[in-house]
Design a protein around this ligand. Sequence first.
Ligand code: GNR
Ligand code: NI
Length: 165
Amino acid sequence: MKDEKLKILKFPDPRLRTVAVKVDKFDKSLENLAKGMLALMYKENGIGLAASQVDKHIRLIAMDLSEERNEPMFFVNPEYKIVDNHSTDSYEEGCLSVPGFNETITRPDQIELSWQDLKGNHHNIVPTGLLTICIQHEMDHLEGKLMVDYISPLKRDRIRKKLSK
Ligand code: GNR
Ligand code: NI
């Protein structure tokens, strides 16, 4: 489906718990979805968006960490390895699927990242700064995991009730 309208699923929608499958076809439809996700992410003022959030359960992420909103990045089939499990960083995160709630999350801050681009070419880097945080947030989405899973069940339930109204 080509000009299908993308919509962001909101917690506690159970579809956000789906584990995404690997991309194996690097075709026009992948590119169209990626571009659609990027446009929606810009519209919603997000810095990243996982395909899972628009009910497309494939391992695809759109991101732009620039102030100017002119440095789009796409990650297909991303993987990371934690280099040092004891080196962490805390950051106040937000999520377009959990609108209105920010939570400080502690994550490993030394990882090695590999992924494919929209053409299927492979890349590897040691990310720094916000990329280290954001890629872990987005890859959690691909595993059906959300920011709220890091906070207390009581707090999570409060958020669930507020967003279910
Ligand atoms: O827009 C977003 N901001 C953000 C801030 C800190 C850490 C992670 C993020 S990602 C989020 C968009 C989103 O929900 N991506 O899944
Ligand atoms: Ni999110």
